[in-house]
Design a protein around this ligand. Structure first.
Ligand code: SAH
Length: 230
């Protein structure tokens, strides 16, 4: 019986690894993700670890999925695109706002030197911490609180990623961005945002690039929306 169960588990893991490979080829390479480091970590990190047992079938589908508390794990393509736009080379200290399931955090942790992530919902933060531990990810620090205020004690950051939709760019995040650094954030209305990339030039001026339309759950906080609903 025990033997049978572990054999079934091995088979399931193999099937999930094959689904992950297809995800990378079809959803990422097929849509223009080119950064080889991003593609490599998306091949490695098991997205299904960050989901519930009942979600295994859809873990590598082309869509966001519910993670509880009315929040979602972002679509794989969105995780890859945002990671690529940060231009990480390996030595950066990264600030993430909205750890959620912790999947995007894990991807950043493999692409940079250290990740500082802020999550406002304690139960999600706890689950994310457990998965990072299981995967042996040790270069992440998590704080529970309002990420629109950034993490001033650890600033400056060479890259900042916001994984919830904001009405405007929170000024503390621009302040905490290092010279030469990149801030990627979805900004707009409740149901449609534009993915923005702000680049802080060496002289301190900020260049703004717009990419695709997207739809994220709300960024709720002092420099975000006042509530999650309505
Ligand atoms: N990157 C996550 C996305 C989770 S959804 C993943 O792939 O799983 C966005 C997350 O942002 C939610 O967990 C939500 O609770 C969190 N969030 C919203 N506003 C926040 C704020 N002001 N500070 C920190 N976290 C916030």
């Amino acid at each position: 019986m025990v033997h049978k169960t572990s054999q079934n588990n091995d088979e399931r893991e193999l099937a999930l690894a094959a689904a992950r490979e297809r995800m990378v080829e079809q959803q990422l390479v097929g849509r223009g993700i080119r950064d080889p480091r991003v593609l490599e970590v998306m091949r490695q990190v098991p997205r299904h670890f960050f989901l519930g047992e009942f979600q295994m079938e859809s873990a590598y589908e082309d869509e966001p999925l519910p993670i509880g508390e009315d929040q979602t794990i972002s679509q794989p393509y969105m995780v890859a695109l945002m990671s690529e736009q940060l231009h990480l080379e390996g030595g950066e200290r990264v600030l993430e706002v909205g750890a959620g399931s912790g999947y995007q955090t894990a991807i950043l942790a493999r692409l940079a030197a250290a990740v500082f992530t802020v999550e406002r919902i304690p139960s999600l933060a706890e689950k994310a911490r457990m998965v990072w531990r299981t995967l042996g990810i040790a270069n992440v620090r998590l704080r529970i609180g309002d990420g629109t205020l950034g993490w001033p004690e650890e600033a400056p950051f060479q890259a900042i990623l916001v994984t919830a939709g904001a009405p405007n760019v929170p000024p503390p995040l621009v302040e905490q961005l290092d010279l030469g650094g990149r801030l990627v954030i979805p900004v707009g209305e409740r149901f449609l945002q534009t993915l923005l990339c702000l680049i802080k030039r060496p002289d301190g001026s900020v260049e703004r690039q717009e990419s695709i339309g997207c739809r994220f759950v709300r960024l709720v906080g002092r420099h975000g929306w006042k509530t999650g609903e309505g």
